[in-house]
Ligand binder design. Structure first.
Ligand code: BTN
Length: 317
């Protein structure tokens, strides 16, 4: 009922009368009043004026299934939300849910992870009340060899979502790190379970530094948070919503072609390495060149001394 009540307050331009809330939710006035008290205790600022009703003035930075569900505007991404105050890793939970038959569009969110996973076997520091740690479960209809492009689709959605929601100049560092003013603010870990001709599921795990006030010495020169960049707190639930709204748009375009042709130009416009000197950390032999954007298949086009090279995996610095 909290979700429906919050949604009713959010969807109204002004006041919502107690009577209207009772009718919409099918509950008594006392029940409405009790939920209002609970919301106020959680930090929601709600004005109550006699003869007019209730009005939502501001929401706290709460992460809960109710908060996320009440602000959701997406059509399928996050239709089901699984929220944990603490879990091992949202990717691990999303994979478990997938194995148990969970549906396409299930979103797993946690306030804290005890074993957050990064790329290349690294960890992902996930303290409480600071970040967004979330994983989307997808059952895409594209071919298995096309699925790796989904991580670029997610990177675009995060960069665009941050731009729209915070106004910060977020960009993508190929293939899928999100950076602001040269420092990493978000990492993405995509994992998949496929057969030769069929994708069982894909999980896209996204970790965003939102409210971190500082970083350990080892990473303070390369990592940042939205709070540090903006100079004020950013509400996590609103940003989550903004990101998945963008994701739906890009995902549909990607799936309609099975490649990035329809969104490649926009990806390139977000690419911080575009027309810049890059060093490709090829395990056989690292080399340097100028990044010229991505192909329809998501490879990075690098103009090297000996000609054009396409980078499909590995790290670029
Ligand atoms: C990277 O190394 O850049 C990728 C980091 C991905 C971290 C996120 S946090 C949510 C999801 N759950 C995890 O355990 N990892 C991803």
């Amino acid at each position: 009922m909290k979700t429906e009540l919050l949604a009713a307050l959010r969807n109204s331009d002004g006041y919502v009368s107690g009577q209207e809330l009772c009718e919409t939710l099918g509950v008594s006035r006392t029940a409405v009043w009790k939920v209002m008290q609970k919301l106020k205790a959680e930090g929601y600022e709600i004005e109550a004026v006699s003869n007019k009703g209730y009005r939502l003035i501001s929401s706290p930075d709460v992460l809960s299934a109710e908060e996320l569900e009440s602000i959701r505007k997406t059509s399928w991404a996050g239709q089901k939300i699984v929220y944990y105050d603490v879990t091992d890793s949202t990717n691990v939970q999303a994979k478990r849910i997938a194995e148990e038959g969970g549906m396409h569009g299930t979103l797993v969110v946690a306030d804290r992870q005890e074993s957050g996973k990064g790329r290349r076997g690294r960890g992902w520091d996930s303290p409480k009340n600071t970040g967004i740690f979330m994983t989307m479960l997808l059952r895409p209809t594209v071919k298995p060899d096309e699925a790796s492009m989904l991580t670029l689709v997610a990177a675009m959605a995060v960069a665009k979502g941050i731009r729209l929601y915070t106004g910060l100049p977020a960009g993508v560092k190929w293939p899928n790190d999100i950076v602001i003013n040269g420092k990493k603010v978000c990492g993405i870990l995509t994992e998949m379970n496929t057969e030769i001709e069929y994708i069982n599921y894909v999980v896209i795990g996204i970790g965003i530094n939102v409210l971190n006030q500082s970083f350990p010495d080892e990473i303070k020169d390369v990592a940042t948070s939205l709070l540090l960049e903006k100079g004020e707190p950013v509400k996590r639930a609103g940003l989550i919503e903004a990101i998945w709204e963008q994701f739906e748009i890009y995902y549909d375009k990607f799936c309609s072609k099975g490649n990035l042709s329809e969104i490649k130009e926009e990806y390139n416009s977000l690419l911080v390495n575009l027309d810049r000197q890059v060093r490709v950390l090829d395990p056989r032999e690292p080399y340097e060149g100028t990044a010229r954007g991505i192909t329809d298949g998501g490879e990075l086009i690098v103009e090297a001394e000996d000609g054009i090279r396409l980078v499909s995996s590995g790290e670029v610095s």
